[in-house]
Ligand binder design. Structure first.
Ligand SMILES: *Cc1c(COP(=O)(O)O)cnc(C)c1O
Length: 356
């Protein structure tokens, strides 16, 4: 099903950034954005592409008081021939619908939502940067927008897509990060909203992130919220370990976000002949593996960084170095393969990419 899209394009397009090495992340936005309204009575209506700018929102809107908000994160990549492609965009649409169901927000037709994303990127495709490693970050999001304070499943919502040209994540080379296992705060619990991509999960994780940063760490490694024993994610990335030749990653218990990079890595690794175990991984197992030398590599996975090698691990006064604090061969191979497919430099035998 296609959604009708009214076009209200700007008469005053802005200068595009000339120095693509200074883009950073999510600070500059393109000329346009997509908006569409939902009401229980009329469904999705008024799909429109409008000049990028502030949204008028009622002060009683559900999103401000009860946190009804979900989002996605994906990228558009500029190829050598000048064309633009997306990476597994239908996976993002499906995950957004799963997040919507968890938060009592309305779902979108899959094909229709994909067409919206392609259309709005097409309108601003000149904003997709060209320099190696740069991309256009696409942020679809949805929020409950009932203009009253009663607590109930939302009756009105807004779906929005904004876009931001972003710099190369590893402009200074891939440097392993220093990680602290968080033993106080938890990010999510089974039955909670951990498997939904919602703003509230992020709000709840900021304190531990702040604390870790103050103590000289880059990210926190989250433990499960019930037993406080099992590894779940690293910062806002999924996490994988190579232990004695096998790849081990926390299974999707309900409190882990089902990452698309995670899913893609698992498929690549299995096709390369690695055994990949999706199971519970305790912090204790990790430290024992680090101690006896079988923890060969550790890395996070996510759209922004693709992979992020973990060089140092810390918990309760114990500290370990992983892979000599260098990126390991499997981590590097995953990075090369995925970025190769995303920027059209390697064969895409899985049909993961999608031209605009
Ligand atoms: C988005 C996200 C990820 C990574 O998902 P990708 O689809 O690989 O980008 C992992 N963990 C959390 C908490 C996230 O929000």
């Amino acid at each position: 099903m296609k959604y009708a899209i009214d076009m209200h394009l700007t008469d005053t397009p802005r200068e595009k950034p000339t120095d693509e090495s200074k883009l950073g992340f999510g600070r500059i936005f393109t000329d346009h954005m997509f908006l569409m309204d939902y009401s229980r009575k009329d469904g999705w209506t008024n799909g429109r592409i409008v000049p990028f700018g502030p949204l008028p929102i009622h002060p009683a809107s559900t999103v401000f008081h009860y946190g009804a908000e979900i989002f996605e994160g994906m990228k558009a990549y500029r190829l050598k021939d000048g064309s633009v492609q997306l990476f597994r965009p239908l996976e993002n649409v499906r995950r957004m619908n799963n997040s919507a169901r968890r938060m009592c927000l309305p779902v979108l037709d899959e094909e229709g939502a994909l067409e919206i994303i392609k259309t709005v990127v097409r309108v601003d495709q000149d904003w997709v940067p060209h320099q190696v490693g740069t991309s256009l970050y696409i942020r679809p999001f949805m929020f409950g927008n009932d203009p009253h304070l009663g607590v109930h499943a939302v009756e009105n919502a807004v779906f929005c897509v904004i876009m931001s040209p972003v710099g190369a994540y590893y402009a200074e080379g891939i440097n392993p990060v220093k990680i602290a296992i968080e033993t106080e705060d938890v990010r999510a619990v089974r039955g909670g909203t951990g498997e939904a991509k919602c703003g509230g999960n992020y709000a709840a994780s900021l304190r531990a992130g702040e604390k870790a940063e103050k103590e000289g760490f880059t990210q926190v490694l989250w433990l499960d919220g019930v037993e406080r024993k099992y590894i779940e994610e690293v910062g806002s990335m999924n996490v994988m370990f190579k232990i004695a030749g096998k790849i081990v990653t926390p299974k999707l218990t309900g409190s882990v976000l089902p990452g698309i990079t995670r899913k893609s890595c698992i498929q690549l690794l299995r096709d390369w002949g690695y055994e990949v175990e999706e199971r519970l991984v305790s912090a204790e197992e990790l430290f024992n593996a680090a101690k006896d030398g079988t923890l060969e590599e550790a890395w996070g996975t996510g759209t922004a960084a693709v992979v992020s090698p973990i060089g140092e691990l810390y918990m309760d006064g114990r500290e370990f170095t992983v892979c000599g604090n260098k990126i390991g061969p499997v981590t590097q191979k995953l990075y090369d393969e995925l970025t190769g497919i995303q920027w059209g430099l390697k064969e895409d035998k899985y049909n993961w990419t999608c031209k605009l």
